[in-house]
Design a protein around this ligand. Structure first.
Ligand code: NAP
Length: 251
């Protein structure tokens, strides 16, 4: 284990998660690259090692609690503790279309099974993974949890008829799932405040990834930087907050 500690990033085989894994590896963390496909996880870990990082793939499907328990068992056996958890894995529910442009997310006509699937990954998966590794985080001298949210989670921004979301299609799946993730972030932060576990939500901005068919204008490194910052907060850092590159984001 590196002296900086051990970090687990879910959905780290590509996109923002991979950028976060790279950022944490560059800071000296031992990084566990969570991926539901072991082959793609190993490819990403190999690339991080080739760049000088200490990275290892772990098979983790956030909708399958058995894989989360297995990762926790592996981490306990190999490292004895976990210092950072980044709950990054997420889906839009709309294939390769930005949720902002997805007609199939419009509330009055949305397919309830799609909404369930999005919540299964973006919300329930976060609970499953967090709870599986929480005993290991409690053993860290400076445990940090970052939930990768979105500006689309912000009720302040999305309810403003003149705001940045006014021109976009309403969403009954992705956007509410991230609002629920923000609510969960606050509840975990409240529970874990006394134990020194800092739990925050982060909006990475509009990042060029598969999830929006590469329409985002930020690089994964740019999107990942605020996530890495919240994952490496000092002891006096905030908890129960919602942050973007620009600073605090309105709930
Ligand atoms: P991405 O490139 O599609 O990457 C998503 C990652 O999550 C992939 O590694 C994917 O694995 C993984 N994943 C999906 N379902 C999973 C599951 N059940 N178990 C484990 N891993 C799973 O998307 P991204 O844009 O980097 O998104 C990363 C996070 O940022 C998401 O939470 C997203 O909502 C959030 N976000 C993105 C943007 C943006 O502009 N891109 C903006 C705001 C928030 P596979 O390769 O196996 O599919």
């Amino acid at each position: 284990m590196s002296e900086h500690g051990v970090a687990l990033v879910t959905g780290a085989n590509k996109g923002i998660g991979r950028g976060v894994a790279g950022g944490l590896a560059a800071l000296g963390f031992t990084v566990l690259v969570g991926a539901r496909d072991p082959r793609r996880g190993e490819e990403a870990a190999e690339a991080l090692r080739a760049a000088g990082g200490d990275a290892h793939a772990v098979t983790l499907d956030v909708t399958d609690p058995a894989t989360a328990r297995e990762v926790a068992r592996h981490v306990e056996e190999r490292f004895g503790r976990l210092d950072v958890l980044v709950n990054n894995a997420g889906i839009t529910g709309s294939g390769q279309v930005s949720p902002a442009d997805a007609h199939d997310q419009v509330p009055s006509t949305v397919d309830l099974d799609m909404v369930r699937a999005v919540f299964e990954t973006n919300v329930f998966g976060v609970i499953a993974v967090t709870n599986a590794v929480l005993p290991l985080l409690r053993r860290s001298p400076s445990p940090r949890v970052v939930n990768v949210s979105s500006h689309a989670a912000s009720l302040t921004l999305t309810s403003d008829p003149d705001g940045p979301f006014a021109a976009l299609l309403p969403s009954a799946a992705y956007s509410p799932s991230k609002s629920a993730l923000n609510a969960l972030t606050v509840q975990y932060a409240n529970e874990l405040r006394a134990d020194g576990v800092l739990v925050n939500a982060v909006a990475p901005g509009y990042v060029d990834t598969d999830s929006n068919n590469h329409t985002g204008f930020l690089t994964v490194e740019q999107g990942a930087s605020v996530v890495v910052r919240l994952a490496t907060l000092g002891a006096d850092g905030p908890t129960g907050g919602f942050f973007g590159e620009e600073g605090p984001v309105s709930w």
